[in-house]
Design a protein around this ligand. Structure first.
Ligand code: PEP
Ligand code: MN
Length: 265
């Protein structure tokens, strides 16, 4: 099949909804109860894809590194109970193998993996022949080539359903952001590959609840294809990214306030 936007999984899902995509869920799957109750509330908000990390690439050891394979069963349950596609982060070929066994619908490659072409190539090889939809976060460093290169490695392995996620870039600048947006980089990526859907992740860019609405709106005003927002039942108690997660209720308020263009038929 030709690599056209119209054939792309993410584009098709968005077209079905006639609006940009909404991907939401906790930073990390923590317990079965947390995952199922979050999914129930997000389903009511018409979230398109449920996200939850089970293998967490934490900068420092000694912090919560995810529940691992057990979390796969919870995601599978979300998919069966609520009919929402489920997404998780993969960083190693064995993560892909496990995700495939559990019928995970969508995978993403995290910012700490996109920086490493060897790692990305290994993932691309493990994905060859699977036709899974995959989202590629930008690398932590502001390097357009590394991001574009990761997308190309997936295309090179025969994957058609690829999207990019803009999650901001590490910086020593004093800034209101956790990761500076440097919008020119995702805009350049869109310029290079006009058929590649690009989703904005205001949670990791902003690092705090107050910035989620303005960053999401900025992304949609720039014609990005959707948002990915971290959502937790009790954000202050979250085992990862507690400062930036918002409740499903707060997500509902934000979605109601977003000025969203409706897509033509
Ligand atoms: C995440 O999405 O929870 C995550 C770890 O993000 P990033 O790879 O963008 O840091
Ligand atoms: Mn996170």
């Amino acid at each position: 099949m030709e690599r056209k936007k119209e054939n792309n999984y993410f584009h098709q899902l968005s077209k079905l909804r006639r609006r940009p995509l909404v991907i939401a869920g906790p930073c990390s799957a923590e317990t079965r109860g947390q995952v199922m109750e979050t999914a129930r509330q997000l389903k009511d908000l018409q979230v398109d894809i449920f996200r939850a990390g089970v293998w967490k690439p934490r900068s420092k050891p000694g912090t919560f590194e995810g529940v691992g394979t057990e979390g796969m069963k919870w995601l599978q349950e979300v998919r069966q109970e609520y009919g929402m596609p489920v997404a998780t982060e993969v960083a190693r070929p064995h993560h892909i193998e496990t995700a495939l066994k559990h019928n995970i619908d969508v995978l993403w490659i995290g910012a700490r993996t996109t920086v490493n072409p060897f790692a990305v190539q290994e993932l691309a090889e493990a994905l060859r022949g699977t036709h899974l939809p995959v989202m590629v976060k930008n690398p932590v460093s502001p390097d357009l080539s590394l991001w574009a290169g990761a997308v190309e490695r997936l295309w090179g392995a025969g994957l058609q359903d690829v999207a990019a996620i803009h999650r901001g870039f590490s910086s020593y600048e004093v800034s209101q952001y956790r990761n500076v947006p440097l919008w020119q980089i995702p805009i350049q990526l869109k310029g290079l590959y006009p058929d590649l859907p690009v989703v904005v992740d205001p949670s990791h860019i902003g690092g705090k609840p107050d910035l989620i609405l303005p960053i999401s709106q900025a992304g949609l005003d720039l014609n990005f294809d959707g948002v990915m927002i971290e959502t937790h039942l009790n954000p202050t108690e979250a085992l990862s990214d507690a400062d930036q997660q918002i409740t499903p209720e707060a997500l509902g308020d934000i979605l109601a306030k977003l000025q969203v263009r409706s897509l033509p038929d």
